[in-house]
Design a protein around this ligand. Sequence first.
Ligand code: CP
Length: 320
Amino acid sequence: MKQFLTVGDIGDLGKAIEEAKQVKATPFAWQELGRNKTIILVFFNSSLRTRLSSQVAAQNLGMHAIVLNIDKDSWKLETEMGVVMDGDKTEHLREAIPVIGSYCDIIGVRSFARYESREFDYQETILKQFIEYSGRPVISLESATRHPCQAFADLLTIEEHKTVARPKVVMTWAPHPKALPQAVPNSFAEWMKAAPDVDFVLTCPEGYDLAPDIMEGVTLERDQKKALEGADFVYAKNWASYEHYGQILSKDRSWTVDTEHMSWTNNAKFMHCLPVRRNMIVSDEVIDGPNSLVIPEAANRVFSIQTVMKRMLEDLSRGK
Ligand code: CP
């Protein structure tokens, strides 16, 4: 496995979930694989779960993990090609990336959407430079448009908690005071579409449809109540508009998931990737209630990324 950026990089989802369950059951069984191996985790943006789960997963595999917080721990990096570097950026990614690659065996990168230009964000300019110039396998720790480690953990959580063979999973937009990226909802939708045994429904206000390739094949129900009826899992998330790129079009709190919303469901489990704004995205009663999966969902972040790291280490050990 040379890269983990989207659902297409993981192969058969059933096999991946079984492997993640095995990793979860015996997390230290592959310690030899990571011996004398190093992963560098590069963060252009803040993190709690991704940073810690990556470090724990690497440790479980016997690997050294080094975290680099760009702008805090390193020089300010220029990301645009062909610019005159006469501003506050001291080093260019073009040199920084191969240097980082020379110190490690695997690289993880977190680089959010900037919401300055849809074209720049959706071209995944920064992630692509890491793939091109590092000479190392690259794991997306959330890019401008995808968060595959989160979606893998989400699917694992659904598989562990489902009570019917083919659950109805509803992703609902919910309000937020800031413009958030589309990476989590894009990946969640992609993984739900690819999962063999899930009925996936998306509900969001006008103006919040995701990118056309993500929407393809998705059941969209504009009426949130109708969408939630009979749901087995409710996945709440905010994102800014794709069409009116990066704009907040609504802060309508009637979309906030509360006990009334959950009463329309089939006693659904509640999910959110965290961090979450309480009483904007979800009411205290729901997130603190017995059907909330937010903590086990976050805990599964270790096992999704550990499965990906394990596959990369196996390939490295075979000289691939
Ligand atoms: N869900 C998630 O990626 O959390 P962090 O931003 O804290 O890493």
